[in-house]
Write a protein that binds this ligand. Structure first.
Ligand code: BES
Ligand code: ZN
Length: 624
């Protein structure tokens, strides 16, 4: 494959690190975290086993808002202090720690750094006990992806660098990290991660945490008050997810797959921290309809955690592949109607998210990102790497002749690249090599340039099976036509029965479709003042829903279409969730309906939100 923008060397350099990782290898990282709840900080020590790949004058690590206490060379018997300089912070990439240690090619160095986190740490969120469910103990959790590991410990903070880890934690409360538990000794917990992993996968949580079994190799952890709900939500699916994923790719290598359900402030749906996926409590709907998030995080055990994007410019290799595997798992369990249903939802989300990108965000609608100007990967985050990435893989699958022919490539690719980090060009090389002559013409028929480097929707309109989605569309159409045809007898036309048989996901699609009519037909529900209040009366099940996805869409429809009855319910609800997928559009919608209300609810709840979430909502509301 020839692209005139292909870099001379693959994997290409990661622009989101200020370290000199490309000159130094890390074979092992030893971490010690001492959690100081009273001061909301971590006192840390990190020891790296390094080996120079070529001559270097300095060792340069990433840091962000850390205080560096000491740097020592501990290679020999006698530790010796090493000079260092913490450079000034420029932007989201943080402050490089320049360590005055020259190394010759092949020279090894054991380097020990003692440091502390500060109140500006973006990787950690400390919750006072009042902000937890049980209100008994404080809580702390981390979120390092994409570039926040550097605010938890000094490191080569790039997904291009992998090492094995040992981790020790001292905390007054039960603690978890992204490794296998070894032992507890004198109050210290010992863990190890024998599979080389990238810094963004380092994770820590500590608080009033207990566990319950959800499968032969899986436990769920949470605060005691939630543990039964967690067990019920996941125990039916967990092991079958793992077994089906193993059939599609290969054996699960990480030993256990456990999940921690965090307090509501956790800003994502899920985070694939090895051995301990972190997930939002908004998955707990009682209907087991949000379990696909765990299938997704599990799929990262192969795509992302074993085979890793070399930089956040190639993030689609992590997420696109993971969505692809997630849907294959779903398909092997529930058939292709179910996976296609999920793919259509994804396609619709992609359309909405691309349409809503402002002029300055358009650059992020390309699959292979350009972050060379130092852009913050958090700003680049969107549905695009997920759904455009999925669609590219789905299109490749179809183009080479279907699943039977594509499946051997899946195994080949993951076997070849496990424990490594790669860029998009290497992915393409691998694909072309695998099919060499047999499918070259077919592969060449793919419009790679557009798929990979052009903004906007994919160049191919996929054909998905619409069986499960048609019912949602037709009910939405019925409402739309009733309204534009001036039907005055809505009571006769609609009833609570309409939605009785819908799964939560079907309800989500039905509601999204109603929302989308506002734009598609230059039509607005708010011009027909009585309709949405009437809908709220007969579909009261939505107002009472325990499924956060359903409730969220319901609020977006009602508040987006200016039904004032729902402004305060949405505002209050935003105080109970911390997942950015809900919080950001929730405030944006409330803001468009009633700016003052949005701002006053945000002010009321902002201390509950995660630092990343708070910063982004502030930008969204024009308060930054
Ligand atoms: N790895 C991501 C979460 C992430 C991405 C955190 C980038 C920080 C930066 C995780 O696997 C994910 O994609 N979570 C999704 C769930 C999913 C089912 C698409 C989420 O949080 O909504
Ligand atoms: Zn993911």
């Amino acid at each position: 494959m020839l692209f005139n923008n292909r870099p001379a060397k693959s994997p290409e350099r990661d622009p989101s690190t200020l370290s000199n990782y490309d000159s130094i290898d890390v074979s092992h990282t030893d971490l010690h975290f001492l959690v100081v709840f009273e001061e909301e900080k971590v006192n840390g020590t990190v020891v790296f086993d390094l080996k120079a790949r070529n001559d270097v004058k300095k060792v340069i690590l990433d840091t962000s808002y850390l205080v560096i206490k000491s740097v020592e060379d501990v290679s020999g018997n006698e530790p010796s202090a090493v000079e260092f300089l913490l450079q000034e912070r420029l932007n989201a990439l943080g402050s490089p720690l320049v360590i005055d240690k020259a190394l010759q090619k092949e020279q090894e160095l054991k380097l020990k750094i003692v440091y502390e986190t500060t109140s500006e740490c973006t990787a950690l969120q400390f919750l006072p006990k009042e902000a937890t469910d049980g209100k008994k103990t404080p809580y702390v959790f981390s979120q390092c992806q994409a570039i926040h590991a550097r605010s938890l410990f000094p490191c080569f903070d790039t997904p291009s660098v992998k090492s094995t880890y040992t981790m020790k934690v001292d905390s007054p409360y039960p603690s978890l990290v992204s490794g296998r538990f070894q032992k507890a000794e004198n109050g210290t917990l010992y863990f190890e991660q024998p599979i080389p992993m990238a810094s963004y996968l380092v994770a820590l949580a500590s608080g009033d945490i207990t566990k319950a079994r959800i499968g032969p190799r899986s436990d769920v952890y949470s605060e005691p008050a939630n543990i039964d709900a967690c067990q019920h939500e996941f125990e039916k699916d967990m092991e079958s997810f793992i077994q089906n994923a193993e059939k599609i790719v290969f054996e699960y290598e990480w030993d256990r797959f456990d999940t921690l359900i965090l307090p509501s402030a956790f800003p994502y749906g899920g985070m694939e921290n090895p051995n301990i996926t972190f997930a939002t409590p908004t998955l707990l709907s009682g209907d087991r309809e949000n379990v696909d998030v765990l299938a997704h995080e599990l799929a990262h055990s192969w795509s992302g955690n074993l085979v890793t994007n070399c930089s956040w410019e190639h993030f689609w290799l992590n997420e696109g592949w993971t969505v692809y595997l997630e849907r294959r798992i779903l398909e092997s369990l529930h058939g292709s109607q179910a996976s296609h249903f999920s793919a259509i939802i994804g396609w619709n989300d992609l359309e909405v998210s691309i349409k809503n990108m402002g002029e300055d965000a358009k650059r992020y609608s390309v699959l292979v990102q350009d972050l060379k100007d130092g852009a913050d990967p958090d700003d680049a985050f969107s549905t695009v790497p997920y759904e455009k990435g999925f669609n590219l893989l789905f299109h490749i699958e179809k183009t080479v002749g279907g699943k039977e022919i594509f499946d051997p490539f899946i195994k080949h690719y993951f076997t070849n690249y496990k424990y490594k980090s790669l860029d998009t060009y290497q992915f393409l090389d691998s694909l072309y090599e695998f099919y060499s002559d047999s499918k070259k013409a077919e592969l060449d028929s793919i419009d790679w340039k557009t798929w990979l480097f052009s903004p906007g929707m994919p160049p191919v309109d996929p054909k998905f099976d619409t069986t499960l989605i048609d019912q949602c569309y037709s009910l939405a159409d019925k409402w739309y036509h009733a309204v534009i045809d001036g039907n005055t007898d809505l009571e006769k036309t609609f009833s609570s029965k309409d939605i009785e048989g819908f799964s939560s996901k079907q309800s989500v699609v039905f509601l999204s479709t109603l929302i989308s009519f506002g734009d598609k037909h230059s039509f607005s529900w708010s011009d027909h003042k009585t309709v949405l209040p009437f809908m709220a009366k007969i579909y009261s099940r939505y107002t009472d829903s325990r499924n956060a996805e359903v409730l969220f869409k319901w609020f977006l429809l009602q508040v987006g279409e200016k039904n004032t009855d729902f402004y305060d319910s949405l505002g209050e609800w935003l105080g109970t969730v911390g997942r950015m997928k809900f919080v950001r559009p929730g405030y944006r919608t409330l803001n468009e309906a009633d700016h003052n209300k949005a701002v006053s609810y945000f002010k009321k709840f902002e201390s509950n939100y995660h630092p990343i979430c708070k910063a982004l909502v502030k930008k969204d509301l024009g308060l930054a």
